[in-house]
Ligand binder design. Sequence first.
Ligand code: SF4
Ligand code: SF4
Length: 651
Amino acid sequence: MHLLNLTLAEPQHFSLAEKLLLIVLAAASVAGFWRRFGTVLDKILHSKKDAGFRFSPIGKRFGDFVWEVGCQAKVIRQRPLPGLAHALVFWGFCAFALVTLNHFATGLGLGFLNPSGFFGRFYFDLAAGFAVACAVGILGLLVRRFLVRPKWLGKKLSYQSGVIALLIFVLMVTYLASFFVADSAPAARILWWVHTLALLSFLPIIPHTKHLHLVLSPATVFLSRGGFSQIPPLVGDEDFGLVAGTDLTQLVSLQAYSCVECGRCTEHCPAANTGKLLNPKEIILGLRGYLNDLTPASEEPLLGKYNSQEAVFQCTTCGACEFQCPVGIEHLPILVGLRRGAVNTGAWENDYGSKLFLALERGSNSLGLPASDRDKFIAKAGLPLFDETQEYCLWLGCMGGYDPKGREIVADLARVMNYLGASYGVLRKEKCTGDPVRRLGNDLLFQQLAEENLKTLAENKVKRIITICPHCVRTIQEDCKEYGTPPPVEHHSEFLARFAAKLPNASSSSNDQNKKDRVPQVPLLGPGREKIVFHDPCYLGRYRNVYEEPRTVAALAGELVEAPRNHERSFCCGAGGGLAFLGEETGERVSHVRAAELVATGAKTIATACPFCNTMFRDALAGGGENAPQLLDIAQLAARGLPTDPDRAKA
Ligand code: SF4
Ligand code: SF4
């Protein structure tokens, strides 16, 4: 059975004049496309090669490509309705590739799909189904862009988008209408030519508009750096990061031209949402503007006319933009690259930044406190020193070693580890992992800290690290790889979740105690228990994909509720990217916006799993009086149910 028992009508004979006209129009269309696309391609290919880029693992690349491009999974998942509308248009395009080839071939008398043959009938009917879906999808997108007008799409109406949408609609309608006329009818010829003219008008518009993503974004997704927020290594003494056009790499240029201006990055950006100058979409478009006006050989600075230094240093490196981008643009290597350029050339002048750099050059921690303070804390808390025999090296980090609240969290984690009989010890000396300076772009200082820490870990024969700080986890595990091989690092939420069944309040029915690598399922707790809302730290969630483990631990102590933005859509606390050390913010405080959202859930406890989030919310909640919810790390929640004498419990 084919569609309504109708057959696609195609004019069977074209005069020589028609064939010549078709060839001339097609050549003009291709020339119009290439005139712009050739220039773009030239700029991408003449950009600097990406240091350390590898195609392997190729299987993962193909898998991601099929999932993100073919299935449009990310587009749909993160914005279901518009995402589905976009997917319908995309799938329609894919189905129409063969129809379009056959369409032009027919015009030249070389048609290869017979509308009356078995396969031809089947395929044209299938394409008709896609045409209906595509027409519905494009109308939906048109209504959204011109009537609903979400602010993330920008204030200016894009008439180019209107023209493109209209052309796509005409393509679909003329195709469908061809099922309702006879081959020999003049209407069939008119429809054929209208369809042809729409196609030939569409092609040259693509590279001149944001629809260039149709051609480039599949390549952008396929050629991604293969990991979240992968900051590429600097190469040689002359590489200072992204300073001028000569520093733009092929991947950065490709990404700059791939942006579809959807504004998803900006919609989720904590800086853009709190009145700061930073707008991640504009950062990418700024680079595109630079490449349009200049070349990748230009010495003109990237920061200045095209992008603002102030904006670049407002980024918390939360990664929401990179996570959301549907076309594979990697904002973090770009933002950190621009910071590197500014810091390594001395163009960034900031008193707070200079103070932080000095503190880390001269001392051991980002808080600028004497190392002896850490020694005193270790002695007072009775933390065992690491002596190579213990399973875990408990890495304190700057917050765990020097910040009063961070120390409380460490002390409680130690109590829980004692209760569980886990063996651990802390290093005599530790330096900051270099997380804030890495994200702020001070490579020299980061290298120094990374090398010293790797040396200390090797000298102490550390085989496994546990820490309360997701920033330490990320920096040791990923960033330090540039300078050596760090031991595996685990966040305390992963450790605690693994042993959740052994902790007080866990259901005795759980039988997962011995399955070390699985997170035990803790039964939902009944109503009437304390309501707890968990805030996903960016460096644990989006950076490490750890969402359920901290919830498993928090659920031991009460009934979990969710903030409106949770899991991979969680809103930053404002501390990352070194911003915790940079003083006052412009606009609203990110931490206050997030804290208000958490308070609005009605939870009596806000659970955190990062000492930086904890310190930001502590300040934000300070004015809340007696009704403010209490703020506890998941280690503190886990420790709350412990018996006073841990030895009693161990037995
Ligand atoms: S990383 Fe976060 S703060 Fe920075 S631009 Fe992206 S969304 Fe905004
Ligand atoms: S960078 Fe990505 S998410 Fe942001 S506007 Fe461009 S395509 Fe959309």
